[in-house]
Design a protein around this ligand. Sequence first.
Ligand code: NAD
Length: 417
Amino acid sequence: MEWESPLYREALLQFERVAEIAGLDANIRERLRTPQRALVVTFPFRRDDYGSVDTVFGYRVQHLLTMGPTKGGIRFAADVNLGEVAALAMLMTWKCAIVGLPFGGAKGGVRVNPNELSRAEMQRLTRRYTMEIINFIGPDKDIPAPDLGTNEDVMAWIMDTYSTHVGHTEPAVVTGKPPAVGGSVARREATGRGLVSLLPSTAAHVGLPVEGATVAVQGFGNVGKYAALAATQLGCKVVAVSDITGAIHNDSGFDVEKLMSWTTENRGIKGFPDSDEIDPADLLTLDVDVLIPAAVGNVITEHNVDDIRAKVIMEGANGPISSAADQTLSEGGVFIVPDILANAGGVTVSYFEWVQDLQNYFWSESEIVGRLREIMNRAFQEVLETATTHGTDMRTAALIKGISRVTQAKLARGVYP
Ligand code: NAD
C-alpha cells in the first residue's frame, strides 16, 4: 500500500472504529480511507560551499477536496515519509471539520534534518520546494502553515516565492507568516489560548472550580507557555512546568510572565528562582486538577498510566496519550479533552489569517480572541453532546462529529459524473 507507515495504520484504525460507531455509509467510508491527491517530488538544493548539491524528497498530500481548499502544515524532518504525511493530512481533515472550518486536510514535508542546515540553505531549500509544489498550492487550492522544523521565516519565503512567480503579492497562500507580510496578530498565542478557553466549560462539566484549580504543564514552548499564561489569567495556579532542561514545582503557583522572561534569557526553565526541581517524569503523575501535556507525543503510556492522578487532561501536544493508556484513563473517570479539539486553536486562527489576507482587512486582537473562544466553545459543546448521545469518550465523539460533517458534505455533493 502506498501509504504504509505506523502512523497511517493508526489513523486508519481510529477512522474504521469511529466509522463503525457512526454507521458510516460504506461508499463514503471507502472514499475517506485514502487521500485524494498526493505529490511526491525529489529536488536539489545548493549547500553553502556552492559546489555541493543535495537531493531530497518532498511531499504534499491533500486528503479531502470536498470542504473548500485544503489546509495543513509543512514539516522538515529527517524521517518524513509519504505515509506519515498522508496520516497527518487525514487528521487535519477531522480537526478542521470538528471546529467547522471550510477546509479539507493536507500536510507536506521535506525529508531533511533542519538542524544541519544554515539559514541560507534552509531558504534555498524552501524556495525550491515551493517551486516543485507551486501548481498544487494557492489561496483557493491548498494553504500550507508551519509544523515541525519550519517557522514564520519559512512561511515568508514560501509566500515570497509564490508571489514572485504569479506576478503579484499573494499573502493568503500560507498562514503562520510574520505580521509584517500579512500574518495575524495573536496567531502565536492561539493554540495555548484556544486550549485554555475550554477550561471553564470543562471544569463546569466535571464540577471543578476554576478559581484556584491546580495545573501542571509539560513543555514550555509555543503551546505550553501561552496555555500556562492563560490559565493563570483565569485564576488557576500553575504549580509545575517542565521543558527539555528539566521540571520545576511551586505549591503557591508560578508567576508565568516572569517564568517566560526567564526562559527567554536562560534558554529554558532550569534554575528559575523560588521553585523546587523535580524529576520531569514525576510532573505527569502529580496530584493536580488539570494536566496539560504540551510537548511531544506518547508521554502517557501503559508504563505510567496507573500513576496519573489529574482529574482532567487537556492535550496540547498531538498524541500525548497512547491508545492503551487512553482507554485506562477514560475507564478510570479521567476527563480528557482530545488533541483534535483541544489544540485546534492554532488552525482556527490560521483560518482567520487567511480570511484577513483575502479581504486585505485586519482584525484587532480582541476580535480574534473573542471569535477563537466562540468557535472553540461551540465545538466543545457539540462534541460533549455527541459523547452523551453515543455514550462515548470525548475523543471518539470528536471524531464522530468531524467524520459526520464531512460525510454530510460528500453526500450533498454526490458523485461526478
Ligand atoms: P515548541 O517546540 O515551541 O515547544 C516544545 C516544548 O516542549 C519546549 O519547551 C521543549 O523544551 C519541550 N520539550 C520537548 N521535549 C520534552 C520532554 N521530553 N519533556 C518535557 N518537555 C519537552 O513546540 P510547540 O509548537 O509548543 O508544540 C508542542 C506540541 O503541540 C507538539 O506536539 C505540536 O505538534 C503540538 N501542536 C502545536 C501547535 C502550534 O500551534 N504550535 C498546534 C497544534 C499542535
